[in-house]
Structure formats: C-alpha cells, structure tokens
Design a protein around this ligand. Structure first.
Ligand SMILES: NC(=O)c1ccc[n+]([C@@H]2O[C@H](COP(=O)([O-])OP(=O)(O)OC[C@H]3O[C@@H](n4cnc5c(N)ncnc54)[C@H](O)[C@@H]3O)[C@@H](O)[C@H]2O)c1
Ligand SMILES: [Zn+2]
Length: 358
C-alpha cells in the first residue's frame, strides 16, 4: 500500500514552468540536487536552432548528446547509440538528462533516462508546439519497434517541464500547424471557451496570446493525465480525432507515399469523428458545422477516393484502442465535453467520410 501511495504522489507532483520562470527553476533544481553531470539531448535541428538559446539563458555546464532528427530515428538503434554515448561520456546514476527538442527528443530522451542505470533524473524542455502541448506532458515515453509506433516504452515523469515559447521562432510553419491540431482537440474535448479563443487566435495571432493558449492546453492535458496516468479510462479522451487520424496518417504516408503530418491527419479525424458525434451522441448540427468550417480554414480538405476510404477503415481495425475487433471512438457530447469507448457501426464511418469530403 505504502508503495502505491508514494508512486501516485510522484505522479501528482508534476511541475511546469513557463517562459523565464524556467530559468530560475532550473538553476535552483541544479543547486539543490547537485547532479554529478548534466547532459543535454538534442536532435540535429534542435542542436542547430535551440541549443545556443538554451545555453545563453542558463548558466549551467553540460555535455551535449545528439542524434539525427525524425520519427524514423526514434528506434532501438538510436537508443543503443545514446546509451553508449552516455557510458563513454561518464554518465552515472546521479547524472541529469535535459531533453531539448520536439516529441521525438522527449520520447527518446525520457526512455533513455528511465532505463539508463535503472533510471536517472530528467527534465523536458520541449521546443516544438506539439512537444509543448502534448508529447512532453504526461510521462509517456518510448520508441517505435518493428516499424510500429511507440511499441516499447515506460510511463515516467520528468522532474519538471520548462516551456519556453522563444524556441517556436525557428519551428517550421508546417510543424506549428501540426501541433495546433492538438490544441484544437483540447478545446473540443474539454473547454468550449478555449475552442473559441483558439479560433480567434487563428484570425489575430500574437506571441502573448500563444503563450497563454499553450498554458491552457498544458493544464487541460495535465488535468486529464493526473486523473488517469495509465490510460485506464479518462486519458482515452485525448485520442479524440486520432482513431481516424492515425489510420489516415499511416495510409497516406506508408501506402500512398504522400507526406501527411500527424496534426493534419488528426484535424481531418476530428471533423469525421464530429460527424459520428452528431449521429451517435448529442453534438448539435450547429456545433458540427462550426467544427468543420473552423478546422477547414486552417487544414484544407484532403482528397480521398472511395477506395482510399475503404482502406483507411480497414486500417482502423488495427487501432490500439480496439477491443475484440470493435472500433471504439471518443465522441463529443457538445463542444467541450466528450465520452470514450463509443462503438460505431461501419456503415456510418463511410457516411462520416462523405460528410468530411462534402
Ligand atoms: N509521449 C507522448 O505522450 C506523445 C504524444 C504525442 C506525440 N508523441 C510523439 O512525438 C513525436 C512528434 O513530435 P514533434 O511533432 O515535436 O516531432 P519532432 O520532434 O520530430 O519535431 C518536428 C521537427 O521539428 C524540428 N524542431 C523541433 N523543434 C524545433 C525548433 N524549435 N526549431 C526548428 N526545428 C525544430 C525537429 O527536429 C523535427 O524535424 C512523435 O514521435 C510522436 O509519437 C508523443
Ligand atoms: Zn496526436
């Protein structure tokens, strides 16, 4: 019993620092904990675009460790190389690893830290929008295995997360748009006024607003994860748009060889799943049309043939959320509230795709 309560206490103690507050947090963490050595993990892009900014804003001494950017490098080979680099550079149990990068770096870095010497302390400094509002939050880490995403990993929380939106200045626009879809998702599943603010931000963007919006997204995800760290129930809500989104993403990228970002696929998924929410749950036609129009302004419709749709629906059968071969969805009740584990008849899926394409 004691162990369980200690463990959940650690889960509840997730700390976030925003903007310049992170500098002080980092400095005091280091002086209080006195790590034997500090390693900063980057990929090629974050080494090039973010490492200097990081170095200039803190006064800590660190050794940098780098790997090639891209989700296709989030694998066992890279993991082995990173463990080896840490060994050679003298990392020990009391070292600290700072993961400076997008979701690939925080996923890999979290897993490296969780496993090296049976676990060393780590801090996430996400540099992509998706990293800030999604990947760095919630303690999931890991690698792709046998070409299947996120098959091997642990759930382990960083010491804290420092979100510094300064890093977004060098993030490519397409990556920004991809991360923004997860923010829209947070509004749709949990907070209707946040959904309105996001729509407004798209019309009148500003750095100050963006920083506030990121905070709201972090709070929404954090609140959900704290209630259900191991995805027994409530955490499934974060999969809204993803049952269709994942299938569409893998179909386009691996079968059609047309590059489609995660966020763009999820954006389409959110419209399709909103239609299902209208048919099966209580989502109104008004809200459905609002969701479709607002998302389409940012994410143009992806053209799909009948055959494409058939194949995407087949792929959904493999979605990890399915139990006993039944496709389970997260469906909205209204903008700002959702249910999970909802079953959908296959025929309705075709109709939902048709609505998306209409
Ligand atoms: N652990 C989780 O809960 C969770 C949740 C969602 C996604 N993920 C994982 O996150 C990954 C996707 O994250 P992502 O979209 O951040 O991908 P990413 O880490 O590959 O970053 C996207 C691209 O932007 C570059 N980049 C990052 N920050 C930059 C900056 N400030 N300036 C210039 N370039 C920069 C990266 O090098 C990369 O080329 C996937 O592997 C996904 O499985 C994990
Ligand atoms: Zn996602």
């Amino acid at each position: 019993m004691t162990n369980i309560s200690i463990f959940s206490a650690k889960i509840l103690l997730m700390a976030y620092y925003f903007e310049n507050d992170g500098i002080e947090a980092l400095n005091s963490y280091i002086s209080e904990n006195n790590p034997s050595k500090i390693f900063v993990l980057t990929d090629n892009n974050t080494r090039k675009f973010c490492l200097k900014t990081f170095e200039n804003s803190t006064n800590i001494k660190f050794t940098s460790v780098n790997f090639k950017n891209g989700d296709n490098h989030k694998n066992l080979q890279t993991l082995t190389v990173l463990w080896e680099k840490l060994m050679r550079k003298g990392a020990d149990r009391k070292s600290l690893i700072i993961n400076l990068g997008g979701g690939v770096v925080t996923d890999m870095g979290g897993f490296v830290a969780a496993t090296f010497k049976r676990g060393v302390k780590f801090i996430h400094v996400p540099t992509s929008l998706l990293g800030m509002v999604d990947a760095a939050i919630g303690g999931k880490n890991g690698i792709n295995f046998m070409e299947v995403k996120n098959q091997i990993g642990t759930i382990m929380q960083p010491e804290f997360i420092w979100i510094n939106t300064e890093f977004l200045k060098t993030l490519p626009q397409d990556e920004f748009i991809s991360g923004f879809a997860e923010m829209l998702k947070h509004g749709l599943i949990a907070d209707s006024s946040y959904w309105e603010e996001l729509k407004d931000f798209h019309q009148n963007p500003s750095d100050v607003k963006l920083s506030e919006l990121i905070k709201t997204s972090v709070n929404i995800k954090n609140r959900i994860v704290q209630k259900d760290p191991f995805e027994q129930d409530l955490r499934k809500l974060l999969n809204y748009g993803h049952t269709v989104g994942h299938a569409l993403e893998s179909y386009m990228n691996y079968q059609k060889h047309i590059k489609l970002s995660h966020g763009k696929a999820v954006a389409a998924g959110m419209i399709i799943e909103a239609y299902l929410s209208y048919k099966i749950n209580d989502l109104t036609l008004n809200d459905l049309n609002d969701i479709k129009q607002s998302i389409n302004v940012i994410y143009p419709v992806i053209k799909l043939s009948i055959n494409d749709i058939k194949q995407i629906i087949d792929l959904m059968q493999f979605d990890k959320k399915n139990e006993n071969g039944v496709i389970k969805f997260v469906l909205l009740n209204t903008i700002g509230a959702a249910d999970f584990n909802k079953e959908v008849p296959e025929a309705l899926l075709f109709e939902a795709f048709e609505f998306y394409l209409s």
